[in-house]
Design a protein around this ligand. Structure first.
Ligand SMILES: [Zn+2]
Length: 246
């Protein structure tokens, strides 16, 4: 059986003398594990197509426990992502997020397209809002959209008082519920507004929206802590990205 699909390598490790094991987010089969046999010997043939974060036309042979790469043709290489370490670290961050959130075999074509779009944006224009926007879109596609327009406990509309963010239940809590249950940490009303914006389907990066870097950073921090609450650990690439991009 052969499988032909577009895919993006999100993780790569050497295996044995000459093989490589790849974790690939594919358009048609979701996340898969594939083996590239003798790939270091036949690198000349496959070129850079087994590098992470390229958009590739793959053909696999379905093996017993792995897919086996039989052909890989790069459609988009994303040059700057591979040469600018700041962009590389940001590609690794979203790649790791996808790896942690998606189980092997879960099909998410919309998430594949989001990831391809993220790489396209990262390659061509970089902005602090890029990671929050794409983290939000990926979380939403995977069913983790937080509650930001009302209090997640009492369901009352939020008013501009001191509100709180709860990583565990995913959303904003009003002052009264915070006093009652003690959950959550302080969140500014500006960051709540930005969260609503990045989780709204109308929001596109093309819209020239003016948000200052302080709020972009705070929004990114809220989403990072929400993501880590869901996967119950810190993303390894986060520290790498912080070191590079600070
Ligand atoms: Zn409440």
């Amino acid at each position: 059986m052969h499988l032909k699909t577009q895919g993006i390598v999100i993780k790569r490790m050497n295996f044995g003398e000459a093989d490589r094991i790849l974790t690939i987010l594919t358009e048609s089969q979701g996340k898969i594990k594939a083996i590239a046999k003798g790939s270091r010997k036949i690198l000349a043939k496959l070129g850079g197509s087994l590098e992470p974060f390229c958009l590739v036309d793959f053909i696999f042979h379905e093996g017993k426990s792995f897919y086996i790469v039989t052909s890989a043709v790069v459609i988009k290489h994303f040059e700057k992502i591979h040469t600018d370490i700041d962009k590389t670290s940001k590609a690794f961050y979203i790649g790791e997020l996808l790896d942690k959130f998606i189980e092997v075999g879960q099909k998410h074509p919309e998430v594949f397209h989001l990831f391809a779009k993220y790489l396209e944006n990262l390659e061509n224009a970089d902005d602090k809002i890029l990671i929050p926007v794409f983290s939000a879109k990926i979380l939403e596609a995977l069913g983790f959209k937080p509650v930001t327009s009302e209090c997640l406990h009492c369901r009352n509309k939020l008013v501009p008082e001191q509100n709180f963010w709860d990583d565990i239940e995913g959303g904003v809590i009003c002052q009264k519920c915070h006093d009652k249950f003690g959950h959550g940490k302080e969140i500014s009303n500006d960051v709540i507004k930005i969260l609503r914006l990045v989780f709204s389907s109308e929001f596109s990066l093309g819209s020239k929206i003016n948000i200052n870097d302080k709020y972009k950073n705070q929004t990114a921090a809220v989403l990072e802590s929400y993501i880590e609450g869901i996967i119950e650990r810190e993303l390894k690439s986060k520290k790498f990205m912080k070191d590079i991009c600070s």
